[in-house]
Design a protein around this ligand. Structure first.
Ligand code: AMP
Length: 285
């Protein structure tokens, strides 16, 4: 695995890589787990050489968020990626990504204002900005993102379509299903914030979501089902629920009844020092 921390070196290295076939980009903030590795494998399954970026992007953290404490273990990450057969690691410094005088932001309207938007002002602008830069730096043929961060996935697709990006083409921005722990909790670097007791309690999130998704699919009215889901999470140890929403998979607009268009159940809830998000498909029957 080649490792780059300067853009000029990355571009020179990629020229060689590209000659051998399609290049896939997997953006990450490190502290890697099996969810990240699933993105790498999905890219390889499509015959691509994989470039993983590792950059804890300060612009997507709010002032009261966990930038300073975000888990970091680059040596371990490099070992995991090399073992997966990743072709290149792009690990720029903050100064390389945002040199003095840096002043440009990509703000995606509408989609970014829903779900997590009001709870994390500026977050999706930070994500769209860094991913836009990564796309221009790597010029990948395809890029892979986790469905765990569904809103992020649709925001990035919108950004790529709106800015007429061709590498990757919007259609080559692929979502990969959420990888879960044995008890159903979605893998996340932030799960490391949980104490043993909080970690055990956190399994209530996917369990309660599955039950609610099934109830809504069977025809239970949406609003009371979501209220019951919120109550269940608080009862089982969550401190608060930012939102529990049934929304259109593409527009993220609230959905009052299932069936007309594909819908997903989205939840963000806080336990201990962690804010956990998850989403699942909800279909009738
Ligand atoms: P992060 O390092 O948390 O910014 O995540 C990097 C990429 O990995 C994003 O596209 C995430 O959506 C994806 N990802 C994170 N957790 C999971 C998971 N449990 N399953 C699948 N993809 C994931």
């Amino acid at each position: 695995m080649q490792t780059f921390d300067r853009l000029g070196d990355l571009r020179a290295g990629l020229a060689t890589l590209r000659a051998a076939g399609p290049v896939a980009l997997v953006p990450t903030m490190g502290a890697l787990h099996a969810g990240h590795l699933a993105l790498v494998r999905a890219a390889q399954a499509r015959g691509a050489r994989v470039v993983v970026s590792l950059f804890v992007n300060p612009r997507q953290f709010g002032p009261a968020e966990d930038l300073a404490s975000y888990p970091r273990d680059p040596a371990r990450d490099m070992g995991l990626l090399a073992a997966e057969g990743v072709a290149a690691l792009w690990a720029p410094s903050e100064a390389a990504m945002y040199p003095p005088g840096y002043a440009t932001e990509i703000a995606v309207g509408g989609l970014a204002d829903r779900l997590c938007g009001p709870f994390r002002p500026g977050h999706f602008a930070g994500v769209a900005t860094v991913v836009g830069k990564l796309f221009n730096q790597v010029e990948p043929d395809l890029a892979l993102f986790g469905e765990k961060d569904w809103q992020q996935l649709v925001v990035i697709r919108r950004m790529a379509a709106d800015l007429d990006l061709t590498r990757p083409a919007p259609a080559a921005i692929l979502g990969v299903p959420t990888v879960r722990e044995a008890d159903g909790l979605a893998m996340s670097s932030r799960n490391a914030y949980l104490s043993a007791a909080e970690r055990a309690a956190a399994a209530a999130l996917p369990r309660a979501m599955a039950a609610t998704g099934e109830a809504i699919g069977r025809g239970q009215p949406v609003a009371p089902a979501l209220a019951e889901l919120t109550r269940a999470l608080i009862t089982r140890g969550f401190a608060s629920v930012d939102y529990a929403t049934l929304a259109d998979t593409e527009t993220l607009a609230d959905v009052a009844t299932v069936g007309a268009r594909p819908a997903r159940l989205f939840v963000a809830a806080r336990i201990g020092k962690a804010r956990l998000i998850d989403n699942i498909a909800v279909s009738p029957g």
